[in-house]
Design a protein. Structure first.
Lengths: 479, 479
C-alpha cells in the first residue's frame, strides 16, 4: 500500500469518524430494535432447531404425496394434506381458496434419439417435454413421431440468418448454456431461460418441426430439466422438449461431425380442460390491526417429476412452520398473519392471480408479503420490492433491521420477490423474496432429481427461522 | 415504531452523517484497493468457474485413491499423485518434505451389539473404533471381545458420582449430543468433542472396560463418525468406539427400559510403528520479496473411511488450484507463494509441526498462512488470528479488504485458522481459516459418507476462487 501513504491521515480521520458514527448508529439501532428483539429471534431459531416441523412435513409431502402438477391427483392430495396439517396448528382460520388451473399431462415417456450413422447405433438423449408442449404429430399411431434434421443455434440472431431455408421442417436445438460466471445462479438462469420459454414459437415462425432446449442448469449430468413454455398465439404450436446438458454436448458434437444427423422425437403430452383447484390458507388474526395482513407463502404445485422438494415443497413447509413457531415462542401478532400455499405457480400462476384478485375485490389491506421459492438451502438474506411510490420508505425501514440479522449471516437487499406474490404489487404491499444460497438450486430445479434427500434439515429449518424472524419484526414495528 | 418517534430527528441526522462518512470511506477504500483489484478478483472467479481444476482433481483423489490415513497405501499414493499434479503446473519448485507419522490400523470391521433380552434378538449398533484406540482384549482368539454392562453418562460430573462402584468393568456410553442451536456447527462440535477425545481415559480412571461415544454430528442417521482420541499416560488404555446417532438413541432407550442390558464389543485396531511420509509442497517464487512466504494449504491425510472428500480433499485441491489460477490470470506474486498439502492432521499433526519446525530452523519469514479444512461448501468468509503482539495491525489491514469481498458474500472476522498452520503462530505470521458454510459439514465429517458426490462443483470452486482472491490481495498490499 506504499502508493497510498498520502491518504493515511485522511484515512485515520475518516476511520475515527466512521467508528464514532457507527457507534451512534448501533446505539440508535439497539434502542429502536431492542435486545428483546435479539432474544426473540434467538428463541425462534432455537425453537426451530430443537422442535422444527418443516423437515418432517417435507418428508411426508415428498415421499407420501410426491410431485403434484396442477390438475393432477398429487396436487389434489397435497391440498387436502396441507389443510389437514394447518388444522392441527390451532390457527384462527384455515380455508381453501378455489381457483381454476390448467391441466397439462405428459403422457407416456418422451423419446428423443439421435439416429446413428454408419459408425454407430442410435443414441438416446434424456429428455423431458416442456410444460404446455403439444405432442409430436401422429400421436397414438404406430411409428408416430418426428424424424428430422437438426440445426443448432446459440443466439436468437442465428434464427433470422438461417431463415426458413435453414430451419423449415427441422428440429431447432437451442444450446446456449447458462453463464457460470454469475455468482447468483438465478441471474444465469434469467439470461438463458428465454430459449425455453420462447424458443418454440420463434422457431415455428421459420417453419421448424420441433425444438430441443439445453437444460437450464450449470451442472453437467443426465437429468433433463422441464419448465414452462409460452406459445405465441400468432405461430403454429410445435413440440418442445429439454435435453440434459450431457445430451446437449453429445448432440452438439455429433452435429459438428455430421451436420446432417437426423433425430427421432416423440412427445405424448396433451393439454386437457382446466380443472378446479385451491390455494390453501391458514391465518392468525391480528390482536391490534386485524384488518392489516402479512402473508408468507410458497407454491404447492410442482413439476410432474421428482418430489418437488426444493421447488417448492420447501417454501410451503417453511411458511407453515413460521405460523407454528410464532405461536410456539408465545408471540401474539398485531397484524393478521397468513400463510398461503399457492396453486399453479409452475404453469400459469393462477393461484397467485386469484389471491390478489380476491384481496383487491375485498379491499383487503396487505402490509407485507414474503415468498420462499428459491429452495431449502442455507439462508443468505431477503430481497425487497414494491410499487415505486412506496418502496423507498419501506426499504429504509427494513434496512434498519439488518443488524439483527447479521448474527445469522443474512443481508437485506433490493431485488425480486416471487411469482405468486407479484400480483400483490398493485396493492402497494412491501414484497420480499427469501434468498437462500443459490449454488445448488439449478442442479435440481424441475428435474426427477429434486427429491427429499437433497434437502438438508438444518438449512431448511434456518430458512424457516429467518422468515419467522423477519415476519416478527415487520409485524412488531410496522412499515 | 410508534414508541420511537422521539428518536426520529436524531436518527435522520445520524443517517445523513452515516451516509456521508460511508461515501468518504468507500471513496477511500476504492482508492486504496482499486477497481483493478475488483477486476482481478472478478477474473479469478470467472477463470475458476470456466476452467477450474479443483473439482476434477478431487474426483481423482476421491475415486481413484480414496481414503488415506497416515501410514496407509492410500496416503502414499496421495503423496505421489499430488506431487505429479503440482509437476504439471509449471511452478518454480515442487518438493516432498519428509516427516514420520503414526501408523494406526483399524483391522477387521468392529462389532458392537446390544445383547437381546427375552423380547428380542441382538441389535447391531453401527460403530467405528476411534482413531488410536486399542483393540478389545483377546484379539485373535475365538469368542474374543468384551461382554459388559453399560452405563450412560451425559456430563463429566456423572462419572465421579457413579464412581468405581458404578463404572468398574462396564462400558461407559457418552451420550451428550451436539447442541443444535449454534448457528455455526463447529461451535457445537467444540462443545461436545471432549467426550470423544478424553472419554476413554476419564472412564478408565474408574475402571471402565471400554467406552462408546455418540457420534459427533447433528444428523440423525446410521453413519458412525470416527476421530482421534487422546490417552492420558497415567490411565490404562481402554478400547473406544463411536456409534451412530440413531444407535445412540436406540441404546439409550434400551437402557431406559432395562439398565442391566449387556453389550458385546469387539475392536480389532492396532498401533504399529511410525512410518515415513511427506508434506507435498509447490511454490511460485516471489518477484520482489522471495524471502517472504505466503502459504495456503489443506491436509492430505484423511480418516480410513469414505473418500475424505470434504475432509480434507477439498482443502488440498483448492490450495493447488490457487497457485494454478494466479498464474492463469497472469498475476506475478511479489512474495513467494506456496501450497502445502500437510500429512497427518487427523491423528498427530506431524506434518504441520514438521513444516513449522523447518521454517523456524531455516529462519524462513512467513507473512501469511491460510488453511482450508472446513469442507468444500459455499464460502462465507475468512477468520484470522496471530500472535497477540502483531494481530491488531494485521487485522486492521485485512478488514480494509472486506468491501472487495462483499460482492461474493464473504466476511472478514476474528477466529481460528487451522490445525496444520497453527504451529506457525510463533513465527508471527498472520493465520487464517477459510470459512465455508458449516451446516452440512458434520453430516459427513469422519464417516464413510464423506464421499465425492457430496461435494458441489461450484461451491468447491468458489472456495478456491475466494482463497486466491485473498492471497492476491495480501501478496499485493502486504501486511
Amino acid at each position: 500500500m506504499t502508493n497510498l501513504k498520502n491518504l493515511r491521515l485522511l484515512k485515520n480521520f475518516t476511520s475515527f469518524l466512521l467508528i464514532l458514527i457507527c457507534t451512534l448508529s448501533i446505539a440508535q439501532a439497539q434502542s429502536s430494535h431492542s435486545t428483546e428483539d435479539a432474544k426473540t429471534i434467538d428463541k425462534i431459531y432455537d425453537q426451530m432447531f430443537i422442535d422444527g416441523r418443516c423437515y418432517q412435513w417435507l418428508e411426508y409431502l415428498s415421499l407420501q404425496i410426491g410431485h403434484r402438477l396442477s390438475g393432477s391427483t398429487g396436487a389434489e392430495k397435497a391440498v387436502a394434506w396441507t389443510k389437514s396439517v394447518l388444522d392441527t396448528l390451532h390457527l384462527d382460520s384455515v380455508w381453501l381458496q378455489p381457483c381454476m388451473v390448467p391441466h397439462w399431462v405428459r403422457g407416456a415417456k418422451e423419446e428423443v434419439r439421435l439416429i446413428g450413422n454408419k459408425k454407430g447405433g442410435n443414441i438416446d438423449l434424456p429428455a423431458l417435454a416442456l410444460g404446455g408442449s403439444v405432442a409430436t404429430p401422429g400421436e397414438g399411431l404406430p411409428q408416430a413421431g418426428i424424424v428430422a434434421g437438426v440445426v443448432e443455434v446459440k443466439e436468437w440472431s442465428e434464427l433470422e440468418k438461417l431463415g426458413e431455408k435453414g430451419i423449415k421442417g427441422k428440429v431447432v436445438f437451442y444450446n446456449r448454456p447458462m453463464d457460470p460466471t454469475f455468482i447468483r445462479t438465478f441471474n444465469a438462469y434469467g439470461k438463458a431461460v428465454d430459449q425455453r420459454v420462447h424458443g418454440a414459437s420463434r422457431a415455428a415462425k421459420y417453419g421448424a418441426a420441433a425444438v430441443l432446449v439445453r437444460s437450464m442448469t450449470l451442472a453437467m449430468d443426465d437429468f433433463p430439466h422441464t419448465g414452462t413454455l409460452i406459445y405465441d398465439p400468432e405461430q403454429p404450436r410445435i413440440p418442445a422438449a429439454a435435453i440434459s446438458t450431457l445430451a446437449a454436448e453429445k448432440l452438439s458434437a455429433a452435429l459438428q461431425e455430421n451436420p446432417k444427423h437426423q433425430l427421432y422425437m416423440k412427445l405424448n403430452c396433451e393439454m386437457l380442460d382446466d380443472k378446479p383447484s385451491f390455494n390453501v390458507i391458514g391465518e392468525i388474526r391480528g390482536s391490534e390491526h386485524p384488518e392489516s395482513i402479512i402473508i408468507i407463502g410458497g407454491h404447492l404445485d410442482s413439476w410432474d417429476v421428482g418430489h418437488g422438494a426444493h421447488d417448492d415443497g420447501a417454501g410451503c413447509v417453511q411458511s407453515m412452520d413460521v405460523l407454528r413457531i410464532l405461536k410456539a415462542v408465545g408471540y401474539k401478532p398485531k397484524n393478521t398473519i397468513r400463510c398461503v400455499m399457492f396453486m399453479n405457480e409452475e404453469n400459469g400462476s393462477r393461484g397467485g392471480k386469484q389471491y390478489a384478485e380476491e384481496a383487491t375485490r375485498k379491499n383487503e389491506k396487505h402490509l407485507f408479503a414474503l415468498e420462499s421459492d428459491a429452495g431449502g438451502f442455507t439462508p443468505r438474506g431477503f430481497t425487497f420490492e414494491a410499487d415505486s411510490t412506496v418502496f423507498s420508505g419501506f426499504f429504509e425501514k427494513v434496512r434498519d433491521l439488518e443488524p439483527l440479522f447479521e448474527p445469522y449471516g443474512l443481508t437485506i437487499a433490493r431485488g425480486g420477490s416471487g411469482a405468486d406474490i407479484g400480483p400483490l404489487r398493485s396493492t402497494k404491499a412491501l414484497l420480499s423474496g427469501y434468498s437462500p444460497d443459490s449454488q445448488r438450486y439449478f442442479d435440481y430445479h424441475h428435474t426427477a432429481n429434486d427429491t427429499f434427500d437433497k434437502v438438508n434439515k438444518r438449512e431448511l429449518e434456518m430458512g424457516a427461522a429467518s422468515m419467522a424472524a423477519l415476519v416478527y419484526l415487520i409485524d412488531k414495528y410496522g412499515l
